[in-house]
Design a protein around this ligand. Structure first.
Ligand code: FAD
Length: 434
């Protein structure tokens, strides 16, 4: 390698490629390093790609998108096989740009995105793992890779290595996240005919579905949820829950098996051929758990910086990854133009991110994880069952009056919430979700 790069980006995921592309457009010489044989091959993802920022960077008309999200469904599953669901299909989501929400296969999308960066002048080198940063005193001046003679120097290093941020941790740029701030996720991909998927999920053309599941029937006694997303010819099914619960003996494999066997989920993937199994971490500590984002000669972006929003109804990391890469790229270009890349010179990055939807959304939902953890028995076990019991009572077909059914349904719900006072307290605690 020559030592002529202005910046080295560690990881060709969404955040790294967005940073590299932004810097190249600003005229910098950028080296993008990826440990996988191609960008996206090491990626694990549900998932729905949110494209408002990507769309600003590249023309996504030719991007390998799978389906746009035409329907979202949120379901409570009890361990007894009950399902209570709210589903929505606003007609606006069928119109271009489809609310900027698309399922993608990261293997294909990340490779395409990195190709756009290469076309803008970025040098991409794959099958190269960064093992550490190089320092001159406290300043980061490059990276060490697993290649022979693999030390590369540059004024700025962008750490975009994802949730498993070993380089940043080894270099002491961030602490290992607390167990309660990380979710473990396992996912399987089932191959099915396109027509079968369309029929099962009531879809037409490029329309797709994103189903989210909560409750004991989704993830047992853990704090988390399950998901089902439709691609063109595959369906992704997975669970994500706090790593702390996994450490207490709830294995990801058994949790995913139980979820896939739930009567609400099993028919969706019946007959599908399993073609992929993967596991990954999701940082979900919110704004409180964000590490410092700049150092002398380095910035941290995307999942490595903990930029994922999980508020129960939103699971968003892709848009935050791209937005952070974009702001980092802009700030680095300006700093290099000024001839300085110390922490103060790079400070525009955290400042701009702070002013963007990324930090604002993380702060808005900071309360969420800690609050649900304090009420897990109610939310994950009692509520799904109580809802199913209340529905059963309310719609019961017998010879008693509707008023008697309504009273019985209300009683079931109040039993679970601890009466009117308990219900009011919980409504107050979770008011911010709305
Ligand atoms: P990554 O996409 O993880 O990319 C990091 C890259 O760095 C990888 O290519 C990796 O191979 C490379 N790398 C790592 N270490 C090194 C190294 N030492 N040297 C060289 N290369 C290295 N977000 C959504 O918006 N919608 C969803 O539906 C959604 N669902 C999800 C479901 C699951 C199961 C998981 C795990 C996550 C989901 N997310 C979702 C979150 C989303 O995937 C991430 O927020 C996003 O991928 C972060 O992008 P990134 O570029 O920061 O990291």
């Amino acid at each position: 390698y020559d030592d002529t790069y202005d910046a080295i980006v560690v990881g060709a995921g969404l955040s790294g490629t967005a940073a590299a592309l932004t810097m190249a457009r600003e005229g910098l010489d950028v080296l993008l390093l990826e440990r996988g044989p191609a960008p996206g091959t090491k990626n694990v993802f549900g998932g729905v790609l949110y494209t408002p920022t990507i769309r600003e960077l590249v023309d996504i008309d030719d991007a390998p998108l799978e389906r746009y999200i035409a329907e979202k469904k949120f379901s409570m599953l009890s361990a007894d096989g009950d399902e209570t669901a709210v589903s929505m299909r606003p007609s606006a989501w069928s119109d271009d740009p489809h609310n900027d929400s698309y399922t993608v296969l990261r293997r294909r999308f990340d490779e395409w995105f990195a190709k756009q960066a290469e076309e803008a002048g970025v040098t991409l080198i794959t099958e190269t793992t960064v093992t550490d940063v190089l320092r001159d005193g406290d300043t980061i001046v490059g990276v060490r890779t697993d290649r022979p003679d693999g030390e590369i120097r540059a004024p700025v290093v962008v750490l975009a290595e994802g949730a498993n941020s070993l380089v940043s941790e080894t270099a002491g740029l961030k602490d290992r996240p607390d167990r309660e701030d990380v979710a473990v996720s396992v996912k399987e991909v089932f191959k099915l005919n396109r027509e079968t998927i369309d029929d099962r999920f009531h879809l037409d053309g490029d329309a797709g579905a994103a189903y989210h599941y909560f409750g004991e029937g989704a993830v047992g006694e853990a704090v988390g949820g399950g998901f089902v997303y439709t691609n063109k010819r595959t369906v992704s099914v997975g669970v994500a829950y706090r790593i702390e619960d996994a450490a207490q003996g709830q294995t990801p494999e058994a949790t995913l098996d139980a979820f896939e066997s739930h009567p609400a989920v099993a028919p969706l993937v019946r007959g599908g051929r399993r073609i992929e199994y993967s596991a990954h971490a999701i940082p979900e500590g919110g704004a409180d758990a964000m590490p410092d984002l700049v150092y002398d000669g380095a910035v941290v972006v995307g999942d490595a910086a903990g930029l994922v929003l999980n508020s129960g109804v939103h699971l968003e990391g892709t848009n935050m990854a791209v937005e952070s890469g974009y702001h980092a790229g802009k700030a680095i270009a300006a700093a290099i133009e000024d001839g300085r890349t110390d922490e103060a010179a790079l400070a525009a990055y955290p400042r701009d991110l702070e002013d963007s939807f990324v930090v604002e959304n993380l702060r808005h939902y900071d309360w969420f994880h800690r609050t649900i953890a304090t009420d897990r028995q109610f939310l994950f076990e009692d509520l799904p069952r109580a809802l199913a019991d209340a529905e059963t009572e309310y719609f019961k077909m017998d010879r008693s009056s509707k008023e008697a059914h309504t009273d019985a349904a209300r009683e079931r719900l109040l039993d679970a919430t601890g009466g009117w006072v308990g219900a009011a307290k919980r409504a107050w605690r979770f008011r911010r979700m709305l």
